[in-house]
Design a protein. Structure first.
Length: 323
């Protein structure tokens, strides 16, 4: 449980989307067990964890979920912060944070074997998700008729931590800028609400309604259909931006993201946004290099061998081995 509330005496069923969180704890535990390291696991709602209390633990290493050093500081470089990515079975583990808050941000495109057969295998691994209409959240299997030559804008939760900590631009301002610029260049925009919290989408839906004739609000449409038919994808720093790169679509970001080394960077300056929408671009080789190195840098809970690089993490200012 992330938010404060009543705590049941026993753990209930774990939703499928949360299963990888259970798996990563097992992978970390087993990896250290095999190395002869004693491991203790503390399980309770996230909101009950206190940084000062955890910092007092007599532990050489402390793995902390869903947090970053600046908001949950642990002294002496003992903390490793782990977080689920947009690919649910892939996690980051880092001594500083997650996403754009990681110690190795921005990612080095050329860190390891950019032209190897392994790169193509990693690419194919992620392409299977597209072919099977798989995303972080369940996607509709039906297809709908969409207009041509549109820009796709996926909405994020305005209060989400990735907005709070990794962007100087709000979702609202990013959407307004995109819709205004798209109208100026004669492009339509499809805006998709976030599936988790419809109530938080009210303001964003209202902004979209102000651009009638330019923008179309949708909800029950597969994210992969929306990406595949788009000229470009614009977001703040959504995980959908990562997925759009897997579709090899030009991607424009307003905020900081672990994949923004291969996106065009936008600001709320409208003239700049017009230029980006008039000539959206993408470098396919760079994207494939990024995806390969991103995979090497992360941890696959379905492939415990990827956890062998745990010992490469060097405190909260260190880096993670890409081996």
């Amino acid at each position: 449980m992330f938010k404060q509330g009543p705590v049941p005496l026993e753990r209930g069923p774990i939703p499928e989307i949360r299963r990888p969180w259970e798996k990563i704890v097992a992978c970390i535990r087993d990896t250290h067990d095999w190395s002869g390291d004693p491991v203790a696991i503390i399980e309770k709602p996230l909101w009950q964890f206190n940084a000062e209390e955890i910092d007092q633990l007599d532990a050489d290493l402390i793995y902390i979920p869903h947090r970053e050093h600046h908001e949950f500081p642990i002294s002496n470089g003992r903390a490793r912060y782990y977080m689920q990515t947009v690919i649910p079975h892939m996690f980051s583990i880092d001594g500083k944070g997650w996403g754009a808050g990681q110690s190795q941000y921005p990612l080095n495109l050329w860190k390891a074997a950019p032209l190897s057969l392994a790169r193509e295998r990693v690419w194919e691994h992620f392409q299977e998700r597209i072919k099977n209409n798989v995303s972080k959240f369940d996607q509709p299997n039906h297809h709908v008729v969409l207009p041509e030559n549109y820009i796709f804008f996926p909405c994020q939760l305005p209060h989400d931590h990735t907005i709070k900590y990794h962007s100087n631009v709000s979702v609202e301002d990013a959407l307004r800028t995109t819709l205004w610029a798209a109208r100026e260049v004669g492009r339509g925009v499809i805006v998709k609400g976030h599936p988790v919290n419809p109530g938080s989408m009210i303001n964003l839906r209202g902004i979209t309604a102000q651009f009638a004739g330019t923008a179309l609000w949708v909800e029950d449409v597969s994210i992969h259909q929306l990406i595949s038919g788009a000229e470009a994808v614009v977001c703040v720093n959504s995980g959908v931006g990562f997925e759009s790169l897997l579709h090899l679509k030009p991607t424009i970001t307003f905020g900081r993201a672990d994949y923004d080394c291969v996106t065009s960077h936008a600001t709320t300056k409208r003239d700049q946004m017009i230029e980006l929408l008039e000539k959206p671009s993408i470098n396919i080789e760079h994207v494939k290099n990024f995806v390969y190195n991103w995979y090497q840098n992360h941890y696959n809970v379905n492939a415990i061998a990827t956890f062998e690089k745990l010992e490469g993490i060097e405190g909260y200012v260190g880096t993670t081995s890409g081996s």
